[in-house]
Structures are given as structure tokens and as C-alpha cells.
Write a protein that binds this ligand. Sequence first.
Ligand code: GLY
Length: 366
Amino acid sequence: MTLARLELRHPSGSTPILVGAGALAQVGDLAPFIDGRRAFVVTSTAVSTLQWHALEPLLERAGHYEVLEVPDGEEAKRLSVFEDLCRRMALAGGKRDSLVVGFGGGTVGDLAGFAAATFLRGIDFLLAPTTLLAQVDAAIGGKTGVNLPEAKNSVGAFHHPLVVVSDTRLLQTLPVAELRSGLVEIIKIAALANPDLLTDVERDFGRLLGADASVLARVVEQAAAAKIEIVESDPTEKGRRKLLNLGHTLGHALEAACAYRELRHGEAVGYGLLFVLRLAESRGLPRSDAGRLRGLLERLRLPALPPLAAGDLVERICRDKKVSENGVTWVLPARIGEARLVDDLPLDEVRAELETFLGDDRPGRP
Ligand code: GLY
């Protein structure tokens, strides 16, 4: 199968992003930098048990490799896990020319990238994302980091991988909840940057949730290309890249309020998107566009939210790392394919809207 080769240009160079079924088996010649290097494969037990065979062709080219297993999910992004990982690399003889290979979902990639960004003041890494969410979002753009108990992703660095290999064949074994979580990020990027992608997702919705290989490969490529265009225009998130936080303002607060256990990242962002549709409708988002996006998100059948207090969520929103001295910047859809940054939303309005949102008409309520 032919691979799509995208390219992300950034201040420290350029990262090829290879997308397609079987990409990991075909990538060897495109990644000569791995030859003879000491590689540290950062992965979770679940991923290495299910998917190890896919990484082997790439690792055969390394001089020597060590597998460093870390927990799955947000547990991977605890400071103690980061410390332990760096110490294991040091004990195993890690050098400045060693290479980190992040093989897993978004959290494993964030941790692996942050270890690469900081170990010996920065070493090379490559990412082989294994979830839909990581292939369309987390692995693209050079954001690496870990969490503090106080706030998600609050310790981190921009550090771009040498290459991203998104083997869409790996998506075939994902549980449907994981596909749904990734699909939310695809709907997000389509909503703010690519109306054609939104139409494709509406048409191919069932095939996407059924992990249809050809549809997934096409959609991952389109979503990645849309994200690349935005990241290239604002690599360190001074302005336009903030649009990618559409749905994340409430999404991050929901994840934290659920102690990163009850909701997957994409599911929390799904609720975040549903919420901003309400805020945006009173600020000019056409009703028909809001209805289209709401309809698509409702087809996902997000898991029901546990009981949550609007006041607590507003406090968490105000503590998020993205909040500046000027307050919370919201991303609101303007119409399909376009979103805008709004930093003058009164907190009282947000709280009142959130109370209604969390009340009787809450989507996903059983
Ligand atoms: N996930 C949002 C970004 O990369 O900017």
C-alpha cells in the first residue's frame, strides 16, 4: 500500500509524517538515522503485547535497543514516571546520540517526547503513534510534557520528533471507545479548518467507527494535513495555533474533575465542543452549522457525565495552563471551517450556561 508523506516545517527543521496501513514496515529507508543507534523504546505493556511485531522492522536497524515500559493513559504523565524513565535511560547507558522511540498513544508519546527533550539537555526521538487520537493530533506539532497534580500538561517543552510514523493498520485493534475519542479530534479539526473533511466524516461515520482501513488512512491524512497547516503558521502557539484548543477549555476541566479516569481525552473534548456550540450560537454561529456539529457529536454517543458542579469546573478552567493574565481565551466556532478566539466572555455567563448544560438537557444523560 502506498504511504502518504506529509511534512511539518518548524523552527528546528522539518519532520516527515508518514501515514498509511503498514507504514512501520516500509519506513526503514526513510529513517536512516536509526542505523546503529542505541534506542530506548518507551511503550506501555498493552501496546507492546498487542503491537510489538509492527515495530520490529524499524528496530532491526538500531544497534541496540531497550524496552522501557510505562503505564498507559494519564498515569504515564506523572512526574514520578518521567523521573523513573530518565533514570532508567541513564542506568542503561543513554548518551547524547541515543534515540527515544515513543510507541503508544498520546500520553506515552508526550512522556517519551519530554524525556527526549530534557535527557542530557535534549536527544533525538521518533514517534510511532498507535491510537487514532495520537495519529491525528498528539503526535503532530512538537508538544511534549507531563502533568502536575494541579494542572494537565503544565510541565513541558516544544521538541519535534525526527519522524512520525502513523501506521493506520495499528488502529484496527482499537476498542470502539478509543476510535470515538480520536474521532472527536477529527471532528474538531474539520470544524475549524476543513469543511470537506467534516462532510467525509458524516458520510463515512459508520466505517470509521468500524475501523475500516481505507477510510481511516484517508481521514488520518486529511486531519494531519489540516493540523500541520495551522502548526506551521504558529509553531509555539502565540496566536492561531490556539484555535486547536477548540473544545479543550471545558474538556481539560472535565478530565481533571473526573481525576483523568472516567473520561478519555477525546470524550471530554466532545463535551467541550458541545458546550462551546451553545456559547457560539449566541455570538453568530449559524444555527444550521451548530446543528450539524451537534448532530455528529451526538452520533458518537459519548458516555454519560458523572454529577459535576458548574462552580468547580469554572475554577478548574481558570487554573488551566492556557489561561493568561488577561483571563480565559475561548475558542468558538464561527461557522463550519472557521473558529475564532474570544477572551471577553464573562465568567458569570459561562457559569450559568454550564449549569444548564450539566442539567436536564445534558447530552449523554442516561
Ligand atoms: N493539541 C493541540 C496542539 O497541538 O496545539
